[in-house]
Design a binder for this molecule. Structure first.
Ligand code: C2E
Ligand code: MG
Ligand code: MG
Length: 712
């Protein structure tokens, strides 16, 4: 059944009321008509009775008079006189007939000149009673009242007289009276019918007016409110509702309007909080998702393309760890501005949008006809832009970014898959060495799956003998003699072959596997170094996580005790970042290690943000200049200047300097020229097994240097 509205219900009630009123009025009218009819019948009856009574009285008086007057003429049988009297009686008003009869009921005279019934007995219906009566006796029919009276002298009965009084006259009068009465009654009932009709019309009019009023005053505003509530339910919080009315409904409408305004305001606040990133002012992941869905919907089937760029800052964690979160925030804000700028330029007036997905992850959307080129252009722009350092808290911070690009509709058509693809492409850019961009390709999916698998496979890899420690020689620049070697871990995966540390060390660090692995490498390196010539050292990489674990000093102590390796032959390589994470604790730990006789080197020096002055505070024995500086040294005067500065500064502090990643003689010469102490690189020797290295250390000439050396 359909739900009935207020309006219908009210109309129904109104109709019911009117129907009842109509019934009551109708009943009253019928009742009135009935009583009119009854009154008319009663009046007619009593009038008749009255007329009859009067006629009868008159008849009796007349009959009695006639009987008296006729006594003598009948006695003397004077028909003439009898006739005279009968005729005079006949002449009277209403008298229909006069019959004088003898004792046997035979007609003596009827007032007519020739008396047709003379001597004949009376045969009509009244005759019998009329002849037998002893006093005045009345009988009647519809037409006449018949009054008879005996004619007698003393006790002797001579006969009688009958007088017939016509009822026509009185009846006519009565009929007239009744007609007049009925006429008046009809008039009265017509009047009351009119009154009833007017009353009913009035009632209907009042009902209609009431319905209209209720509809206007109650139903319509309630409907408007319901519509507004439905609109709000559908998410349209701003509804225009005002009312000038001063009653409760008006108050309700105004209250509703105020409520909608407040809900709308809150909604906008919530949206701003939920959809915006307070740090960069960019839309966040949520907002971007909606935007992307909208853009994709618009493009479905249109063939128009769209590109997503996933931009992730390389090693951003280092900034937070080393310079603090304020600086990290500042870097992100500046970086966001640069990305926005680059994307805008690449978009060339087409729709573009940049959002922050959280942390150091940004996503840009590009549209337009040549969207693939535009995306590549934007990615190149971002990478170029990042070559200029960011100024934070008076320091210059160099940043790199990895960019993954995915295209709609080529790579995927749904936003979820596009976002996943973009992430995969970005990850591949990281794996490819960071600070570059990659377009998504189907093959990447498998690569990422491999990445997840990797973690599982890395567990127990050491025990299964898949992991191997190789050693890359470190050479004294002055003499060209190898002094020792850096221990570098290799993973010979049964299916994938050689997996580089740049891939699996990250995984090991993230999962905590590095704790056990690091310890194993340390033990192996020390054991291997025992078989190398005296005085040669082994340099072992220590990850930030191992440093933070706190028991590094004890581990080193144990290994040295177990192997009986001279502590000075063990070097530990720590990255700047690892040291700077918790400087006070790190300084204490490094001091303990150095107190044991172990040497500490800062690895990848120059890529962090510590600046040279930092070297004064941290107790280290040497720094290894990152290979990116060595690689560009010959081309980029800035890199050469920095390398020179590092060398000079380190020497002033009594710190040894190693140049990493030497791949050419020119680089070697340049380093030597600048006074660098040690060098390491493919030019001098690739990572090799401990046996090979032992041979090489004993007889450097036994191994050819340069690119022909076996290793990675
Ligand atoms: P790293 O400590 O800076 O090690 C030097 C890296 O530079 C090695 O890469 C080495 O093979 C590479 N290299 C040496 N000479 C040259 C050259 O002339 N040109 C080029 N292009 N590269 C050269 P690898 O073995 O792939 O190791 C990468 C990084 O993985 C290492 O950087 C180190 O941070 C980490 N790592 C390696 N083994 C271990 C380990 O046992 N424990 C820890 N915690 N980290 C390790
Ligand atoms: Mg190293
Ligand atoms: Mg290094």
């Amino acid at each position: 059944m359909m739900p009935r509205g207020l309006h219908q219900r009210f109309l129904l009630a109104m109709a019911a009321t009117l129907a009842v009123a109509l019934l009551v009025l109708g009943a009253a009218w019928v009742q009135q008509r009935e009583s009119h009819r009854e009154i008319a019948a009663l009046s007619r009856g009593s009038l008749q009775e009255l007329a009859l009574g009067a006629l009868r009285g008159r008849g009796e008086a007349m009959a009695s008079l006639l009987a008296d007057a006729l006594t003598n003429p009948v006695y003397y049988f004077d028909l003439l006189a009898v006739g005279e009297i009968a005729r005079s009686a006949l002449a009277q008003r209403d008298v229909a007939y006069v019959l004088v009869f003898d004792a046997e009921g035979r007609i003596l005279h009827d007032g007519s000149p020739d008396i047709p019934g003379f001597g004949q007995p009376m045969q009509d219906a009244f005759a019998f009673e009329a002849v037998g009566t002893s006093g005045a006796h009345a009988q009647w029919s519809e037409q006449v009242v018949d009054v008879s009276h005996p004619i007698q002298i003393g006790d002797e009965r001579l006969g009688g007289v009958r007088i017939g009084l016509s009822l026509a006259g009185p009846m006519r009068i009565e009929a007239e009276a009744v007609a007049a009465l009925e006429g008046r009654a009809r008039q009265a009932s017509e009047r009351s019918l009119l009154l009833l009709a007017v009353l009913f019309t009035l009632l209907v009019a009042v009902g209609l007016a009431l319905t209209h009023l209720v509809s206007r005053a109650l139903v319509r505003p309630i409907r408007d409110l319901a519509a507004a509530a439905r609109a709000m339910e559908a998410g349209q919080y701003r509804v225009q509702l005002t009312s000038e009315r001063q009653d409760e409904i008006g108050e309700l409408i105004r209250a509703f309007g105020r409520m909608s305004e407040s809900v709308d305001r809150h909604d906008r606040d919530i949206r701003r909080i939920a959809y915006g990133d307070s740090l960069t002012g960019l839309p966040n992941r949520l907002a971007f998702r909606e935007l992307l869905d909208g853009e994709l919907n618009q493009r479905k089937g249109s063939g128009e393309g769209l590109a997503l760029l996933f931009v992730d800052l390389d090693d951003f964690k280092r900034i937070n760890d080393t310079l603090g979160h304020d600086a990290g925030d500042e870097v992100l804000a500046q970086f966001a501005e640069r990305i926005r700028h680059c994307v805008e330029i690449a978009a060339r007036g087409q729709t573009s949008r940049v959002a922050r997905f959280g942390g150091d992850e940004f996503v840009a959307l590009l549209t337009g006809a040549e969207v693939r080129d535009a995306a590549a252009h934007a990615a190149e722009g971002i990478l170029t832009e990042l070559q200029h350092p960011v100024q934070v808290h008076g320091r210059q911070v160099f940043l790199g970014a990895s960019v993954g690009i995915t295209l709609f509709p080529d790579d995927a058509t749904s936003s979820a898959v596009l976002l996943k693809n973009g992430d995969i492409a970005m990850y591949q850019a990281k794996v490819a060495g960071k600070n570059c961009y990659r377009f998504y390709s189907k093959a990447m999916d498998q690569a990422v799956e491999r990445q997840v698998q990797l973690e599982g496979e890395l567990r127990g890899a050491w025990e299964r003998g898949e992991l191997q420690v190789l050693y890359q020689p470190i050479v004294a620049l002055e003499s060209g003699q190898p002094l020792g070697a850096e221990a570098l871990l290799r993973w010979q995966h049964p299916r994938l072959g050689a997996v580089p540390p740049s891939v699996f060390i990250d995984v090991a660090e993230q999962t905590g596997l590095i704790d056990a692995l690091g310890q194993a490498v340390l033990a192996r390196a020390c054991a291997d170094a025992l078989r190398w010539p005296d005085g040669s050292f082994v340099s072992v990489n220590v990850s930030a996580r191992q440093l933070r674990a706190g028991d590094l000093a004890e581990q080193v102590r144990r290994v040295l005790d177990d192997t009986r390796l001279e502590p000075s032959r063990l070097h530990l390589e720590l990255t700047e970042t690892a040291v700077l994470g918790d400087e006070a604790q790190a300084i204490a730990l490094l001091a303990r290690l150095r107190a044991m006789g172990v040497r500490i080197w800062l690895d990848d020096f120059g890529t962090g943000f510590s600046g040279l002055s930092h070297l004064r505070r941290v107790p280290v024995d040497g720094v290894k200049i990152d290979r990116s500086f060595i690689a560009d040294m010959l081309r980029d005067p800035d890199d050469l200047a920095l390398t020179s500065a590092i060398i000079a500064m380190a020497h002033s502090l009594g710190i040894t300097v190693t140049g990493e990643g030497v791949e050419a003689q020119g680089q070697l010469d340049m380093l030597r020229e600048r006074g660098c102490d040690h060098a390491q690189g493919f030019w001098l020797g690739r990572p090799m097994s401990t046996t090979e290295l032992a041979l090489h250390l004993n007889d450097p000439a036994s191994r050819p240097t340069g690119a022909m050396t076996s290793g990675t």
